[in-house]
Design a protein around this ligand. Structure first.
Ligand code: ATP
Ligand code: MG
Length: 450
């Protein structure tokens, strides 16, 4: 096993000491033990104890009932951190979607219900003793992911473990042990039995915690989970789009998981992307945000006109600039970074990162100048049109749209007098039997009028 051993924060030792003085055996378990054994710091120290929630509430001054029915109490330590303290548990009944648990009396029972050997290691923060009945530390050392017990059985108890296997193996660069891999592959069809929320949370953990999520996403693909849960993405695998998509996702930071999700959907057709997002049951606001980012075209190049940038802003909204620029930048880095095996495809942008940064700067400068981008920001409105003697009706909307186009070409035109004159010209031309205001003719007209 590894030479590194976990070092629990003082508050974790204090909680352990307090519980054990009251007669309740207590261990640190789960992610923090695993992570510190690998030499990664961890903030999320969870404790397992023989004490019941009522005992924990009685023993500590500041507690929060986080999930009393599952045995979990939050204990607020003096360092201001809340630690989860959970009563030892064992599985009693499972249906693939959940494991029903009941309280147990030993740490060994508690470890036996955990999913993978690397997650089934306990550390005693005071005695500095490792309790590792399934060889998790040696698996970590050999970089192997293995279930506790018979893989197929453990996956059948809770299908989410299949996805957790893909996430942990990818995140920590572990090789999935052959039988564990076979068990996972054999059960991927059952993943649809899981609730959308659990499926989504797993995906968001891959996108939100892993600096290099392409490995886990590749395991999703290779195991068959991608085809079962995300057929819209599976369809990308036939061509170069999949490798390109993964590379773009990797060039975005984990602290922007929803932007990474947009990157994942960028080459999926908008209706298919929408279907996937609906299935994930993201909030309406997030669904909208991700779908817009996924569908928005690149920023206009900095070599183009300011008017082209304003037209882009009017169409997509200034809120789109940051996310789209980051997506463009990620793509440009993939293009110029010489990512091996990434075929850029015929329509791909050939912008360099410097091009994207220049376009981003120019666009931001234009946004800061606050040009009118909506009809509501024009210096005149329908009331003024009425005062001009124009007859209200659908034509008003067309006139205002034409005025906005005209102002987007040159924001200095957004003055009451100029807009009034311009509105009359447009109305006259429409009355002369033209289909609608023609922007080119209109521009020439303006030159004479002012
Ligand atoms: P991270 O928080 O970094 O995703 P973690 O290992 O802490 O990793 P959690 O989901 O926080 O994962 O769960 C804590 C521990 O609970 C795990 O280490 C594992 O021992 C156990 N566990 C969690 N979910 C399951 C599950 N579905 N089946 C079996 N054991 C589980
Ligand atoms: Mg955790």
């Amino acid at each position: 096993m590894s030479a590194v051993h976990p070092v629990a924060p003082p508050a974790v030792r204090w909680i352990t000491r307090t519980l054990e003085k009251a007669g309740f055996e207590t261990w640190a378990v789960g992610g923090a033990v695993r992570d510190t054994l690998m030499g990664h710091p961890s903030g999320d120290w969870d404790l397992a104890t023989r004490a019941r929630p009522a005992d924990v509430r009685r023993i500590f001054r500041r507690t929060v009932p986080i999930g009393v029915e599952h045995g979990t109490m939050g204990v607020l330590a003096r360092d201001g951190t809340m630690y989860e303290v959970t009563t030892f548990r064992k599985d009693v009944q499972t249906d693939g979607r959940h494991a029903m648990v009941e309280f147990a009396s030993t740490i060994d029972e508690d470890l036996a219900r955990r999913d993978f050997t690397i997650n089934a290691i306990a550390w005693h923060p005071l005695r500095e003793e490792l309790r590792d009945p399934f060889g998790g530390a040696s698996d970590l050392g050999r970089r192997v992911l293995r279930t506790v017990g018979v893989p197929e059985e453990r996956f059948r108890e809770d299908y989410l473990r299949v996805l957790r296997a893909l996430r942990f193996a990818g995140r920590f660069g572990l090789e999935v042990h052959a039988e564990t891999w076979a068990g996972a592959r054999a059960l991927v069809e059952h993943l649809t039995a899981l609730s959308p929320e659990r499926i989504r949370e797993e995906l968001m953990k891959v996108l939100g915690q892993d600096p290099a999520p392409a490995r886990s996403l590749t395991l999703y693909a290779d195991s068959g989970a991608l085809g079962v849960l995300y057929p819209e993405l599976e369809a990308l695998r036939g061509g170069p789009a999949w490798a390109r998509t993964l590379a773009v996702v990797e060039h975005l930071p984990a602290r922007l998981p929803y932007l990474r999700l947009a990157a994942l959907l960028r080459e999926v057709s908008p209706p298919a992307a929408a279907a996937l997002l609906v299935r994930l049951r993201l909030s309406n606001a997030l669904t909208d945000e991700v779908a817009r980012n996924a569908a928005a075209p690149s920023l206009p190049p900095s070599a183009g006109s300011d008017a082209a940038v304003r037209r882009w802003l009017a169409r997509h909204g200034p809120g789109r600039v940051g996310p789209v620029a980051r997506l463009d930048l990620a793509l440009a880095r993939v293009v110029t970074g010489g990512n091996r095996g990434v075929d850029l495809g015929a329509g791909a942008s050939v912008s360099t990162p410097a091009d994207v940064v220049a376009a981003w700067r120019q666009t931001r400068a234009i946004v800061r100048a606050r040009p009118p981008l909506t009809v509501g920001e024009l210096a005149i409105d329908g009331r003024v049109l009425k005062e001009l003697g124009l007859r209200p009706g659908p034509a008003f909307g067309r006139i205002l749209d034409a005025l906005l186009e005209w102002v987007i070409d040159d924001p200095a035109r957004n003055e009451v007098d100029r807009l009034r004159r311009r509105a009359l010209e447009i109305a006259e031309r429409a009355a002369d039997g033209e289909e609608g205001p023609a922007p080119d003719a209109a521009d020439r007209g303006e030159g004479n009028g002012v």
